[in-house]
Structures are given as structure tokens and as C-alpha cells.
Design a protein around this ligand. Sequence first.
Ligand code: NAP
Length: 311
Amino acid sequence: MTQRVLVAAELKNLLDSAELAGLDVTWISSEQPTPKGDFVAVVPLLSRWIGGTELKHLPNLRIVANVAVGYNNVDVVAAEMRKVVVTNTPGVLTDATADLTWALILATTRRLIEGVDLVRTGKWTGWHPEQLLGLELRGRTLGLFGAGRIGQAVGRRAPGFGLRILYTARSAKSEFEAETGAIRVEQSRLLRESDILSLHVPASPETKGVINAESLARMKPGAILINTARGDLVREEALAEALESGHLGAAGLDVYTEEPAIHPRLLAAPRTVLLPHIGSATEETRRKMATIAIANVQSVLSGRPPLTPVY
Ligand code: NAP
């Protein structure tokens, strides 16, 4: 018997027919509201909110297979109350996101975008000993705000650049510490000592707005903020202010509070590298994310446990 499932239309080219065997798929694009009906599974992108109302309108739903590791677009409490399983796509996107975090670290510390602009606008007049001087990495401190899969992967790439690593996490990571020399510290020390502060905690009520005017003021003058986690972690107005005043040296952002809208002050802020949420955007990773989401659906619908439940 085929089972009716809702799948994000943007995944069409990333899945093959064998993976979808036995499923009666209704493809939904991002612009469409979530349909009502007797669907047993939904496979949403992170831009689709699945909350109490959506769950009420899908009374036969058994699984929400989110195509992301973050699942702040799903009301997990409402889902649990309705006995709907929620899954995510952990692990497969760790390296891609860590690599992109490094792209932002290097782009901000070495002022890549300003350099590209100089060349493209024809304003480059030749080698100058004081042109576009950046921040040397060796001997500096990388602060990881969160050291789960992605935070640790970012940290593992740091010793090659000669960086010292500080990190915060709810629990100590002894293997990571042994491998990289990373030191677990309180949030206040992380803010005070990091030359580059990189965010890797999930968006949740506890972490919302954790980077705000007060925490930014406690950062080192000239420090650089990198966010490849979630926009909700940062008060964007306060970040723009810190960049405009020159207190922060630069910011590299992949994620925003109101995606795809970007705060106008951030768009205009100096020394800011802004990317369109492409942390996991490699061919291999995006295929694996789609595959895991559908495998979770197949598993739950055939009475087996989910492969990657979020709780
Ligand atoms: P993870 O393995 O679950 O790691 C999360 C880390 O945050 C852990 O160190 C955890 O501490 C810490 N943490 C969780 N809740 C916290 C809290 N309330 N206060 C302080 N620390 C807390 O997750 P991940 O796979 O590394 O992914 C991290 C985030 O990256 C995701 O949630 C997602 O939002 C984002 N992401 C973005 C992209 C992108 O395209 N830009 C791609 C992938 C992921 P413990 O280890 O002690 O539990």
C-alpha cells in the first residue's frame, strides 16, 4: 500500500526513485502553505514552520523528517504530544559546514571581499605594504561557542593555523581536548579572550539572542564574530552597532534572524561577509541530507525506529 507523504519540491533532483519506493509523494514548494490531509509524513526544509496548527491539520502524521540538523522550525513539544516522530540530518553536514566556517574565518581575517572589490572596481593601483592588512592567525585564540559535531570539526582544523582553542559546551569533550589542546571555559572568558568567536550552538529559547549588546561589549576590541549556526543566536541590531562603532573587527555570517531578509544595518555594515545560508551546500552533503530524511520516513512507516530522531 502506498502512503501519502509531503516532500519539499526542492529535493526532487537530489532523490532517486528507489528511495521513494512505496511512497505517494506530493511535492510542496517553499512558497506553498503546508497542505491539510491524510499525509503520514512530511519532509520539510528548515524554512517551513511545522507547529501545532500544521500538526492538527495532518491528523495521520507519523513523522516530520526535517532536512537540516537544526530543527528550530519544528514545534517538537507539540509533535511529541501527538506522538509524531521528529528527525534531523546530523553528521552528514558536519564537514561541509565546518569548511564553510573556515571560509568565513579566512575571508574576514584576510579581508577577501574588500580585496575582490578593489580589483573588480579597477581601483587597485598596485602592491602596497600597508594595503588591506588583516589579522594573522598564528598565536591568536579561536573561541568555539558550542563544541558538538560542527564546533569540534571547526576546532580540529585550527591547529594547522597555529590557533589556540577555547570552547564552551554543556559537557566537557576530553577526546577533542586531547586532540587539539582545546580548553573548556565559562562563557565570560570565551567572550573576553577570543580573537575569533564562532557560534555552534542550536537555536533554542536558552540560546536566543545570546550574542547581544552586552556580550558584544565584553568581546575583545577588534575581535571577529562568525555565525554559521542560526540567526536567532544574534541580536542583529546590536551586531551592526558593534561593527559600525569599530568595536568588532569584522563579522562573517551565513545565517540571519528573518531569512531571506537581512537586517538593512547589517547589509550596510563595514567589514561584513554575508553568505546566503550555504553552510551545508555541497553536492555530496545535500544528497546525503535528502537521503537520510527519506530513509527516516521509510523506517518509521515500515514500523522500524527512526534512524536519527531529535529526542
Ligand atoms: P550538536 O552536535 O548538537 O552540537 C551543539 C553544541 O551546542 C554542543 O556542544 C552542545 O553542548 C551545545 N549546546 C546545546 N544547547 C546548548 C545550550 N542551551 N547552551 C549552551 N550550549 C548548548 O549540533 P551540530 O551538528 O554541531 O550543529 C550545530 C548547529 O549548527 C545546528 O543546531 C544548526 O542550527 C547549525 N547548522 C547550520 C548549518 C548552515 O547551513 N549554516 C548547517 C548545519 C548546522 P553539549 O555537547 O554539551 O550537549
